[in-house]
Design a protein around this ligand. Structure first.
Ligand code: ADP
Ligand code: MG
Length: 328
């Protein structure tokens, strides 16, 4: 058996009816051929399949309208799928909806909660909805974790956007779900709070929580996620470890500092593009055409000595653009 945390086992005991023992090798989330056509005919998901491995921070990336929230809302039980299957922590959302729901905490894209309750009341009510016994509740601990302890008894409507977002994270965690999903959690959150939020996400993950986040902040996904799936127009266009995904960007740029002013711009068949500034050559090449050694050799062939070399790794933006373009 994988390490279920004690709180979670307890939760299953009080939340589950018709409980089944999940298999030992399941993914945290498993989605197969998921389709959603909204009333009105909009096909938001068109046969999406992927697994979120246990213990990862998994990024679901895609432009606006890609279908990310639709997918998350199906997992949350807020949107009915048209076809396909989904399971959470081994529980099929149709066959075992209560167990599936107990296994996941979701922070929705929209900030939704009753403005007349204080943060501590908001968490207590949520705990009540999930049947968490009083002795198992930890509202103040959660508020501390999201840096809201000094607002515990303030009216929720007096909270800033960033504070509300953090309260939603705390709310998603009251039942100690093994899987936490954050749908565009950085909207309306300033940089400092975003950093705090990510630090907390990392902490949760280190303590064993599987985290799924959707974002269009590609640098963030690149920095945070072990694995990234890209969805575009309701279809999955990529799903791989972040480092491999980034490696798939074919263009690389190497900055070469030479030993004297550049009189002309060197050229070679392995260069894709060249820019010359003073003593620095910025050479773009395709990894599938040449390697850095060949590029540097071409520079020295032109009679320049090389003083310094630096390369820039492609960021996810490049990969993302090339993939969504080729898929469209
Ligand atoms: P994302 O979260 O990636 O921005 P969404 O899942 O919100 O994408 O939307 C996917 C597509 O489905 C979009 O074209 C959107 O307009 C459409 N859509 C989303 N919700 C509804 C709805 N309730 N009714 C009809 N169409 C919807
Ligand atoms: Mg969305």
């Amino acid at each position: 058996m994988h390490p279920l945390r004690p709180g979670y086992r307890l939760l299953l005991d009080f939340a589950a009816t018709g409980r089944i023992a999940p298999s030992m090798t399941y993914a945290a989330i498993s989605i197969r051929d998921l389709c959603k056509t909204y009333a009105g005919g909009k096909r938001a998901l068109d046969g999406v399949s992927f697994d979120v491995p246990q213990g990862t921070i998994f990024g679901l990336l895609g432009p606006n309208g890609a279908g990310k929230s639709t997918l998350i809302n199906i997992l949350a039980g807020l949107v009915n799928k048209t076809s396909g299957t989904a399971s959470i922590w081994g529980f099929d959302i149709d066959a075992h909806p209560r167990n599936a729901k107990a296994s996941i905490g979701i922070v929705n894209q929209e900030i939704l909660f009753d403005p007349f309750f204080t943060p501590v009341e908001t968490l207590e009510i949520q705990a009540g909805l999930y049947g968490v016994p009083k002795s198992e509740r930890r509202s103040l601990e959660l508020l501390r974790a999201v840096h809201l302890e000094d607002k515990a008894n303030a009216y929720a409507r007096t909270l800033s956007g960033g504070m509300k977002r953090r309260l939603m994270v705390a709310k998603a965690l009251v039942h100690r779900p093994p899987v936490l999903v954050l749908d565009e959690p950085t909207a309306g959150v300033d940089i400092q709070l975003r950093q705090q939020l990510w630090a907390y996400v990392r902490e949760l993950n280190a303590a064993g929580t599987t985290v799924v986040l959707t974002t269009h902040y590609l640098e963030e996904a690149e920095e945070l996620c072990d694995r990234i799936a890209i969805i575009n127009g309701g279809r999955l266009v990529a799903n791989e470890p972040t480092t491999e995904l980034v490696g798939r960007a074919q263009e690389k740029v190497v900055d070469v500092t030479v030993d004297r002013e550049l009189t002309d711009t060197p050229s070679a068949s392995c260069f894709e593009r060249v820019e010359a500034r003073g003593r620095v050559l910025s050479i773009t090449y395709r990894k599938d055409v040449a390697n850095a050694g060949e590029v540097l050799a071409a520079v020295t062939r032109d009679g320049y000595g090389i003083v310094d070399v630096s390369t820039k790794e492609p960021d996810l933006e490049d990969v993302f653009l090339s993939m969504t373009n080729s898929a469209g």
